[in-house]
Design a protein around this ligand. Structure first.
Ligand SMILES: NC(=O)C1=CN([C@@H]2O[C@H](COP(=O)(O)OP(=O)(O)OC[C@H]3O[C@@H](n4cnc5c(N)ncnc54)[C@H](OP(=O)(O)O)[C@@H]3O)[C@@H](O)[C@H]2O)C=CC1
Ligand SMILES: O=C(O)[C@@H]1CCC=N1
Length: 271
C-alpha cells in the first residue's frame, strides 16, 4: 500500500473514484484520514463521507493535504481541473489520472515538473476484481509507478504497458465490463422469452458468466478451446453459435471496440 505518510486526494468522486476508494480502504494498512475527495455535488460528497468515513474538501485544501492526486473527472472536465489545481501543485505532488484518452503530456504541459502516471482501471475494482493498466508519463520514475501500482493493486490485477496502448486498453478492459453486462442483460431477457422466471434467469446467467470467467482464467485453455468443449456436434450450442456467426457477432464486437478506441483518442484530443 501507499506509505503511512501518504494522503491520496481524489478530484471527482464519481463511480470510478468510489471503486478506487473502496479498494484503498479495504487495505487494512490505510486509514480513512489518508483519503480525501474533492467533488462538486454536495450530496455526492456527503454520500462518500457517510459511506467511507473520508473527508471532502476544495482544490486548495486537497492539494494541501494530499501528495498523490488522482484525477477522476470526465475527460472533458480535465482542462478546468488542471487550471484550478495549477496554483496549488508543488514538487511534493504526483498525479495519477484515470481519465479516458487524456495523455500524460496534457498534464505535463501545465504541471511541468510533476510526475504523472496514466491509468485505465475498470469498475469491478469496486469488488476487488478490477484490472488496471498503468503507463508512466515523461517525469514519472519507478518510484511513482510503484506508488500507482500499489494503489491499484488494492482493487485487483495491475499491468504496465506503454502509454500508446492505453486508448486500446480503454476499449477492451475499461469499457469491457459494459460488454459483459449488456450480454447478461440480453441473455436474461432471452431466458424470460423461453419461459424462465426473471430471478431464476438472473441466477443462471450470473453463475454461468462467473464459471466461464474462472475457467478462462484457470483452465489453461483458450476461449476457442473452451467453447469447442461446450459445442457437441449437431447440438444446441452449435445451433446457437451458428446464429451468432451468421448474424455477424464477430464484426459487431470488432466495430464496437474500434468505436470505443476511437472515442478515447477523440476525448484525449479535446482535453
Ligand atoms: N466509469 C468507468 O467505468 C471508468 C471511468 N474512467 C474514467 O474515470 C473518470 C471518471 O469517470 P466516472 O467516475 O465514470 O464519472 P462520474 O461522472 O461518475 O464522476 C465524476 C465526478 O466528478 C464530478 N466533477 C465534475 N467536475 C468536477 C470538478 N471540477 N471538481 C470535482 N469534481 C468534479 C462530477 O460531477 P458532474 O456529474 O457534475 O460532472 C462527478 O460527480 C473519467 O475520466 C472516465 O474516463 C476510467 C475507467 C473506467
Ligand atoms: O465510458 C467511458 O468513457 C469510461 C472510460 C472507460 C469506461 N468508462
Amino acid at each position: 500500500m501507499v506509505a503511512k505518510h501518504n494522503v491520496v486526494g481524489f478530484v471527482g468522486g464519481g463511480k470510478m473514484a468510489e471503486a478506487l476508494i473502496s479498494g484503498l480502504l479495504r487495505d487494512t494498512a490505510i486509514d480513512t484520514a489518508q483519503v480525501v475527495v474533492c467533488e462538486t455535488h454536495p450530496e455526492r460528497a456527503q454520500y462518500l463521507r457517510d459511506t467511507y468515513g473520508i473527508r471532502s474538501c476544495g482544490f486548495e485544501d486537497l492539494a494541501d493535504r494530499a501528495d498523490i492526486i488522482v484525477i477522476a473527472v470526465k475527460p472533458q472536465v480535465v482542462p478546468e481541473v488542471i487550471e484550478s489545481l495549477a496554483p496549488h501543485i508543488t514538487d511534493r505532488h504526483m498525479v495519477i489520472s484515470v481519465a479516458a484518452g487524456v495523455a500524460t503530456s496534457t498534464f505535463e504541459a501545465t504541471f511541468d515538473r510533476t510526475p504523472v502516471v496514466r491509468v485505465m482501471p475498470n469498475t469491478p475494482a469496486l469488488v476487488g476484481q478490477g484490472i488496471a493498466v498503468v503507463a508512466p508519463g515523461a517525469k514519472a520514475d519507478q518510484e511513482h509507478l510503484d506508488i500507482a501500482k500499489r494503489i491499484l493493486a488494492t482493487t485487483g490485477v495491475v499491468l504496465q504497458l506503454p502509454e500508446n496502448q492505453l486508448d486500446a486498453v480503454t476499449a477492451v478492459s475499461g469499457t469491457g465490463p459494459a460488454y459483459f453486462f449488456l450480454l447478461a442483460e440480453l441473455l436474461i431477457d432471452a431466458a424470460t422469452s423461453v419461459g424462465i422466471e426473471r430471478d431464476v434467469a438472473r441466477d443462471l446467467v450470473v453463475q454461468t458468466a462467473l464459471g466461464a470467467a474462472v475457467m478462462l482464467r484457470d483452465s489453461g485453455d483458450d476461449a476457442a478451446g473452451l467453447r469447442a468443449a461446450v459445442t457437441s456436434p449437431g447440438g444446441t450450442t452449435a445451433a446457437a453459435v451458428d446464429v451468432l456467426e451468421e448474424r455477424g457477432l464477430r464484426d459487431i464486437i470488432s466495430a464496437a471496440v474500434h468505436a470505443a478506441r476511437d472515442r478515447s483518442v477523440e476525448l484525449g484530443n479535446k482535453a
